[in-house]
Every structure is written in structure tokens, then in C-alpha cells.
Design a protein around this ligand. Structure first.
Ligand code: AMP
Length: 192
């Protein structure tokens, strides 16, 4: 049983690593970005609401995001643990997640932060934009997303560091190499 978060700036490869961790630990990876993108694709009311924020590189409002996460965390597959990818991104979301977990008498085991240099991230994301055509991958929007990460999500990281459950991993390198580092860091954190 593992309940964990993966946090990292846009382009740090957190989605890719989340899938691998999920397979290896046998827990479901829940990506708020993926849930939003699926809703945008399906043109659901949630997707239509979220799209305008996503395209601008802004955070979708907490009123939408928090409820979506709460609903997802009541599904049966999270009973054996979960890996949240991309949530919480603000300290208000940390408080909300704390309340969800407290309701279920649960706590987080590990918070993993993937680190990478901004210029490397911009380079990677511009490359991804060409391959996938993601509508939030142009340079101005990428830089805005990075600014939000530094301005808001680093405060989230600091909160978990204060609680002593943060572990940081260098996200620069080959995908397999980073996965090895990540799995080692999780193992070390769990046996600490
Ligand atoms: P991601 O795939 O994690 O980079 O997320 C893509 C986009 O979805 C973000 O740029 C936000 O617009 C939105 N999003 C994902 N997670 C959150 C969150 N926790 N809070 C607010 N917006 C989010």
C-alpha cells in the first residue's frame, strides 16, 4: 500500500514516470491533467470549463479541480493506494487534500519531486509541442506555466518538506535512468 504524490515542473517527465511507478507499485496513477484533457476531448461541461484555463496555461479553479479529485479518490481502485500526478499544485489544494485524507483516516507516505532546469524544460516542451500538438505547449504559455510552478507549486513542495515526507529526484537524464533513481528514492523513503 502506497499513497504518494509526484510533483514536478511542466516537462519534467512526471506523467511518464508516474505510469512507471504505478506499474511497479501496483497502484493507480491519477493525473488531473489527463482527466481534464479527457474531458476536453469529450466536450463535457467540465472539459469546456477547464479548456479556457488550460489553453492559457493557468490553473483550473480550485472549485472545479478539488471536487474532481475528491470524486476520483472515492473510487474503489484507490483502496490499495494511489499516485496523484499534478495535484496538489497550490497550498489551498494541499489543505483540501489533507481534509479528504483525514476523512478517510489516511495519510501520504511519500511526496516525490522531480527537478529540472527551466531552460531544459522549455527546450523539451517545445519539442513535445511539435510531436503532440498539445495546445498549451507554445513558448509564452510554457513560460507562464513555469512561473506558476515557481510561484505557487514550490510552496506546496515546501509544505511537504516541512512534514518530512519529501524526496527529490533529478529529472534530467534518460527515461530509464530517471526511473531507476525514482524507484530507489521511493524505496529509501518507505524504509526511512
Ligand atoms: P499537466 O498535464 O499536469 O501539466 O496539466 C495540464 C493543465 O491542466 C495545467 O496546466 C492546468 O491548466 C490543469 N491542471 C492540472 N492539474 C491541475 C491542478 N491541480 N490545479 C489546477 N489546474 C490543473
Amino acid at each position: 500500500m502506497t499513497r504518494m504524490l509526484i510533483i514536478g515542473p511542466p516537462g519534467s517527465g512526471k506523467g511518464t514516470q508516474a505510469e512507471r511507478i504505478s506499474e511497479r507499485l501496483g497502484v493507480v496513477a491519477i493525473s488531473t491533467g489527463d482527466i481534464f484533457r479527457a474531458n476536453v476531448k469529450g466536450e463535457t461541461p467540465l472539459g469546456i470549463e477547464a479548456k479556457k484555463y488550460m489553453d492559457a496555461g493557468d490553473f483550473v479553479p480550485d472549485s472545479v479541480t478539488n471536487k474532481m479529485v475528491r470524486d476520483r479518490l472515492t473510487e474503489d481502485d484507490v483502496e490499495v493506494g494511489f499516485l496523484l500526478d499534478g495535484y496538489p499544485r497550490t497550498t489551498a489544494q494541499v489543505d483540501y487534500l489533507d481534509a479528504i485524507l483525514a476523512d478517510g483516516d489516511q495519510k501520504l507516505d511519500v511526496v516525490l519531486q522531480l527537478t529540472a532546469d527551466d531552460e531544459e524544460l522549455v527546450k523539451r516542451l517545445l519539442g513535445r509541442a511539435k510531436e503532440t500538438g498539445r495546445s498549451d505547449d507554445n513558448e509564452a504559455v510554457i513560460r507562464h506555466r513555469l512561473d506558476l510552478y515557481h510561484g505557487q507549486t514550490e510552496a506546496v513542495v515546501a509544505k511537504y518538506a516541512d512534514r518530512g515526507i519529501l524526496t527529490q529526484v533529478d529529472g534530467i537524464g534518460g527515461i530509464d535512468e530517471v526511473t531507476d533513481r525514482v524507484m530507489q528514492a521511493i524505496k529509501a523513503a518507505q524504509s526511512a
